[in-house]
Design a protein around this ligand. Sequence first.
Ligand SMILES: [Zn+2]
Length: 69
Amino acid sequence: MTNAPDPDPGSGTAVDPVCGMLVDPSVALARNLHVRHDNRDFYFCARGCKLDFEEDPGHYLDPGYKPSM
Ligand SMILES: [Zn+2]
């Protein structure tokens, strides 16, 4: 992540909790890469990340977890 423009806060950018990538929620929704968990919405860059998250959401929501590709 070098020279990446800062995401505009409130512009609808979400962070994939599994890999840390920025995703556009509208794109994720269109591709069915969205999970609602614990009253929060999560968006993913790809199906693999979504499946990993669904398998063990607590693991990825743990503050000690560091997203990585
Ligand atoms: Zn991802």
